[in-house]
Design a binder for this molecule. Structure first.
Ligand code: SOE
Length: 381
C-alpha cells in the first residue's frame, strides 16, 4: 500500500478484516506500507499490521514478492505510481478520483487496458458503491422496480471547511488534489448516480466557487487533522460545485458537492425518481433505503424505509445477524472481497480505470462549463 493517511487506515482495515469474514479465494498478505517519513510509516505499519514499512515506492513496486499495489496517496501521484505498477505486472487498486487531469486518467486507462491483456487487473476506489443499500438500490433500478429513470438529485454535503481558519491541507491545493469539492466528493456523487441508474452523463452545465480564498498554512500534521500555522496561503480549488447533467436516456440530474453545508457531516444523498417508483439513499443513514412503489393502491402510497441488513444480500451474509448495522469501514472490506475475487477469477473488476476516466471527464466538463459561464458542455468519450 502506497500512502498511509486517512485512506490508508480505511484500506488497511479492509485488507485485514475482509479475509476474516468473507470466504476469499486468495489470502491477502499485508506485506509493505510505503510513506515519505520513515518513522511515520513505520508507526502506521505497526498500528495497522503491515509486515514491513518503506520510503521508496519504486523499489517496492519492482519487488517480485508484491502482487498487488494499493494507491492511497493524493491525486497528483496516482498516475505515476499506477502506471509503473501496472507495467511491472502488479494488480492495482487506486483511490478516487482516478487522477488530477483527464490526460493522466487517459494514460492510466491505456496502461490498464494493455495490462489487462496480460491478466493484470485494476480498479478505482469508489467505495460507496459497496454500501449494501447502494448496491440494493442499483438492483431495484435494474429490475425495473422504479420504471424509467426520469430525474436524479445527487448531493454530497460536508461542512469541515466552514471554519475559515481551517488549515490549507493538500485537499485545498490544485497541484495535489486536482480540484476541490468537485473531485473530492462530487466524484462520488457522479459515480454513485451512474452506478445506480446504469447510465452515463453525456453533458453538464455547472458553476464552481471558492468561498474562502486564503487560509493558514499547515503547521503540524497532515490531511484532515492538520493544525494551522501563522502564515497564510491561497486556496486553489473549489469549495462548492453545483451542476446539472443529462443522462444518456435523456433523464436530467442535478448535483451539489460542498464542504460548506453547515451541519451536514458526510451526507452523500441520492434520490432517483422513475415512472413507477422512486428510491432515496443517504450515507448518513447508510443501513437504510427509502423505496416508493407507485404501483401500490392509492391509500397505501408512501415512501417506506427498508433496513438493508437481510442476509440475502451478498455483502451482508458474512457479517452480523439481521438488523445489526454496518458502518463506513465495511465498504473497504467489500472492496477487497470484490477485487480479490476478480483477480482470482480473471474477470474485470468495476469500477474500472475506464469508469474512473469517464468520471474525470465529467469533472473536467463541469470546470470548463463553469469557466465559460455555465454553458452546456459535452462529456468526451
Ligand atoms: C474528505 O472530504 C473525504 O474523506 C473524501 O476525500 C472521501 O472521498 C469521502 O469518502 C469522505 O470525505
Amino acid at each position: 500500500m502506497i500512502g498511509h493517511g486517512f485512506m490508508g487506515a480505511a484500506h488497511s482495515q479492509g485488507w485485514r478484516v475482509a479475509p476474516r469474514f468473507f470466504d476469499l479465494p486468495l489470502e491477502p498478505e499485508m506485506a509493505v506500507v510505503v510513506g515519505r517519513s520513515a518513522a511515520g510509516v513505520e508507526a502506521s505499519a505497526r498500528k495497522w499490521g503491515w509486515t514491513e514499512s518503506a520510503t521508496d515506492w519504486r523499489e517496492v513496486v519492482a519487488r517480485d514478492d508484491i502482487d498487488v499495489v494499493d494507491i492511497v496517496t493524493p491525486g497528483d501521484t496516482h498516475a505515476e505510481i499506477a502506471i509503473a505498477a501496472l507495467e511491472a505486472g502488479k494488480h492495482v487498486l487506486c483511490e478516487k478520483p482516478l487522477a488530477n487531469t483527464v490526460a493522466e486518467a487517459e494514460a492510466m486507462n491505456q496502461a490498464a487496458t494493455s495490462a489487462a491483456e496480460r491478466g493484470v487487473r485494476s480498479m478505482v476506489g469508489f467505495t460507496y458503491r459497496r454500501v449494501p443499500a447502494a448496491t440494493f438500490a442499483r438492483d431495484l433500478v435494474a429490475a425495473g422496480r422504479i420504471g424509467e429513470v426520469r430525474q436524479v438529485r445527487a448531493e454530497y454535503l460536508q461542512d469541515w471547511l466552514m471554519d475559515a481558519e481551517a488549515p490549507l491541507t493538500w485537499r485545498l491545493k490544485k497541484e495535489h488534489a486536482g480540484s476541490g469539492a468537485l473531485g473530492d466528493i462530487g466524484a462520488h456523487a457522479v459515480d454513485l448516480t451512474e452506478f445506480i441508474t446504469g447510465q452515463h452523463l453525456t453533458s453538464v452545465s455547472g458553476i464552481i466557487e471558492t468561498l474562502v480564498k486564503e487560509r493558514p498554512l499547515l503547521g503540524e500534521g497532515v490531511g484532515l487533522s492538520g493544525t494551522a500555522s501563522a502564515e497564510r496561503g491561497e486556496v486553489t480549488v473549489d469549495d462548492i460545485a453545483l451542476f446539472t447533467g443529462r443522462l444518456d436516456s435523456g433523464a436530467l440530474a442535478s448535483f451539489e458537492a460542498t464542504r460548506f453545508r453547515t451541519g451536514r457531516k458526510n451526507a452523500l444523498r441520492i434520490e432517483i425518481a422513475g415512472s413507477t417508483g422512486a428510491i432515496a439513499f443517504d450515507l448518513e443513514r447508510m443501513n437504510e433505503l427509502e423505496f416508493y412503489d407507485a404501483t401500490q393502491p392509492g391509500l397505501e402510497l408512501g415512501f417506506r424505509r427498508i433496513l438493508v441488513t437481510e442476509h440475502d444480500h451478498p455483502y451482508l451474509a458474512p457479517w452480523w445477524p439481521t438488523g445489526h448495522m454496518l458502518g463506513y469501514e465495511h465498504g473497504f472490506s467489500h472492496q477487497v472481497r470484490d477485487f480479490v475475487t476478480a483477480i482470482d477469477e480473471g474477470s474485470a473488476p468495476r469500477p474500472s480505470f475506464a469508469d474512473g476516466l469517464h468520471v474525470q471527464r465529467v469533472l473536467d466538463s463541469v470546470e470548463r462549463s463553469s469557466a465559460a459561464g455555465s454553458v452546456w458542455t459535452p462529456i468526451a468519450g
